[in-house]
Design a protein around this ligand. Structure first.
Ligand SMILES: C[S@@+](CC[C@H](N)C(=O)[O-])C[C@H]1O[C@@H](n2cnc3c(N)ncnc32)[C@H](O)[C@@H]1O
Length: 226
């Protein structure tokens, strides 16, 4: 097992957009994301989507037609890359979840969170969830997709998760118990990442703000039970 400083060097290389994209491509994760957004995310065309922790902005590639996309991330290098590469498709802002309330961004139908919560401690998750709720319209949807621990997962899955940069991987219940403090009720579903080279357990978490209506189905029969 690598020591922490050695791991730090490996992780810094992973921060490079070209390296991150290469790994997504080689591992099958990029194809898995495409499949996730096509099959499972159910983002209606034309939605106003805010992605918190958008990183290099790649998920904008998977948005359906007519989506008005805003991505935010506290890492200036990621946002610079996203603006250069995808600036014509959406807007990208260098702000953390905690700073969102100070931004005049308008209201969103969907707040999207992909692979962010497992990097955050409980206090930070609660702050992010509160910001997400504040950004959503009445009846708006929180949609998160995170890697997770499960009792039955294969050893390769556990090994890869233990090497992940995120130090706060949780069980599906671990994520939902936190989000429920802000959203009241969270629907949690287990989903093996489609098309990955090795098995990777993930969970989809959905919550809605009260009032209004939303054309996204909160209960999607395509998910396997958690
Ligand atoms: C593994 S990356 C995921 C990036 C992107 N969502 C994706 O699917 O490729 C985690 C991201 O969370 C961001 N992040 C960490 N803390 C954050 C915070 N407090 N608010 C918003 N984003 C944060 C990091 O800068 C990083 O870009």
């Amino acid at each position: 097992m690598r020591s922490r400083p050695e791991r730090g060097r490996v992780y810094r290389i992973l921060n490079q957009p070209w390296c991150y994209s290469l790994i997504l491509g080689v591992s099958g994760a990029a194809a898995g994301r495409r499949e996730f957004f096509r099959q499972y995310a159910d983002i209606p065309p034309g939605s106003r989507v805010l992605e918190i922790g958008c990183g290099h902005g790649r998920n904008i590639e998977y948005m359906p037609e007519g989506v008005a996309y805003t991505g935010c991330d506290p890492n200036p290098r990621y946002i610079h890359y996203a603006q250069q590469r995808y600036g014509s498709l959406g807007r990208f802002l260098c702000v953390s979840a905690e700073e969102l309330a100070q931004q005049p961004l308008g209201e969103f139908d969907i707040v999207l969170i992909v692979s962010v919560l497992h990097h955050l401690n409980d206090t930070q998750v609660l702050a992010l969830a509160a910001s997400a709720r504040g950004a959503l319209r009445a009846g708006g949807l929180l949609l998160a997709w995170e890697p997770c621990w499960t009792p039955s997962q294969q050893w390769v899955d556990r090994l890869m998760l233990s090497l992940d940069r995120g130090r706060f991987v949780r069980t599906p219940d671990g994520y939902s118990m936190l989000l429920e403090k802000i959203f009241g009720s969270i629907e949690t579903r287990f989903l093996m990442t489609p098309k990955m080279l090795w098995p990777q357990s993930g969970c989809i978490l959905r919550g809605m703000t009260s009032g209004g209506t939303n054309s996204c189905s909160v209960t999607n029969p395509k998910y396997a039970p958690a």
